[in-house]
Design a protein around this ligand. Sequence first.
Ligand SMILES: Cc1cc2nc3c(=O)[nH]c(=O)nc-3n(C[C@H](O)[C@H](O)[C@H](O)COP(=O)(O)OP(=O)(O)OC[C@H]3O[C@@H](n4cnc5c(N)ncnc54)[C@H](O)[C@@H]3O)c2cc1C
Length: 421
Amino acid sequence: MTDASSHVARGMVIVGAGEAGARAAMTLREAGYSGTVTLIGEERRLPYERPPLSKAAMTAVEEPAAATILSEAQLADHGIRHVPGVLVTGIDRSGHTVLCDDRTRIPYAKLLLTTGARPRRLNLPGAGPDNVLYLRDFSDALAMRTRLQPGRRLVVIGGGFIGLEIAGSALARGCSVTVVEMAPRILGRAVPAAVAATVAAAHEAAGIRIIAGVGLARIEREGVAEVVVLADGTRLVCDAIIAGIGAIPETALAERAGLTIENGIRVDERLVTDDADILAAGDCCSFPHPLFGGRRLRLEAWRNAQDQGRHAARVMLGATAAFDAVPWFWSDQHDQTLQIAGLPDEGDTVVTRDLGGTTLHFHLRDGRLVGASAFGPIGKVAREIRLAEMLIARRAHPPETALADPLVKLKALLAAESLAA
Ligand SMILES: Cc1cc2nc3c(=O)[nH]c(=O)nc-3n(C[C@H](O)[C@H](O)[C@H](O)COP(=O)(O)OP(=O)(O)OC[C@H]3O[C@@H](n4cnc5c(N)ncnc54)[C@H](O)[C@@H]3O)c2cc1C
């Protein structure tokens, strides 16, 4: 690590006080940086976790509090200057200064963009801000809770992770729920079809209606109710509509600053943009992944945001390593967990292992393990996926027969890899 003192005068500036930004700020301090650290965020809150928004924050009986990542005391203890409620509107790259909507200008030595993503809006006749809800921030979650009262009829548009989690939470709150997915099946390409089918079955068994493979025509008003009209003429009368149809990386600031955008702010393997003093991390950036032949990825995942935030902070202080953490994602669906390590869609072969009522899927490419996925009780899934993740990190080529055999411990396969290395 280089001497950080050269950055003291201008300091480190982080734009976006979410998961990646908060972790980056802490890491700068943990790595011994003693200059100013400024964490600027548009939201008027302390940095908080988003995953609970579609889970505990939705199902809690009493109005929940945001799950803060950094408290006032932690910010003070670490000398992190948090600037809430301020939107950064411009970057003066030659002057090394960010411009804020409160007319302040903050100079930087290194700048990290952790601006996240925003929900994709539904483009449909009749859809507007008054009748379609979206979930990204804590205020959205509070607004959604008040609409999801027992007995209400909810239509969720989009059968992705967040839409399905909201569907499960709304059911738990006593709503009747229909999920509409335009694609032939829920959960899209990132989740193998067999796993998606198990998730769909769990939702249907719980009482959620899933309609897949049908497009949307329009939204109509019928008295005090809304009607989601499908392309085949089906009319879904409801009291609330929530759209979970994906997220768009928040790149406007980077774009205005002339940085390259390629499905997010384009960074290299160290998370540096095409300006050597500006980095990006988390949901807002796309990066080449060394484990997958440099394939450019943009991940919307909690652990990735944490890991990239921390990595970017170290690079701001002079580290040169590539970011190569194995992608990992989890989603809670009813009382079970869906976990994915690596990139299942990189695989050309699937091998399954029976975990006693839960199926673990291994995804191999030319014999190399590139992904693993499972849906089931956390006690069965988490440890196996963790071990699979370690095998993926080592670019392991485990024998298919061993992967399929539950009597062969993944830990033993890992030990064999270590010996071979
Ligand atoms: C409802 C929900 C449930 C989720 N559940 C899971 C889950 O179960 N598992 C999982 O792995 N992941 C989950 N995620 C994804 C995970 O939360 C995100 O990947 C993570 O929060 C991304 O962190 P980030 O720091 O990149 O962006 P964010 O946490 O979105 O933070 C970005 C921040 O930057 C601010 N900002 C943007 N532009 C500016 C600007 N110009 N000036 C100042 N501030 C700005 C934004 O207001 C925001 O506060 C979920 C996400 C949501 C929304």
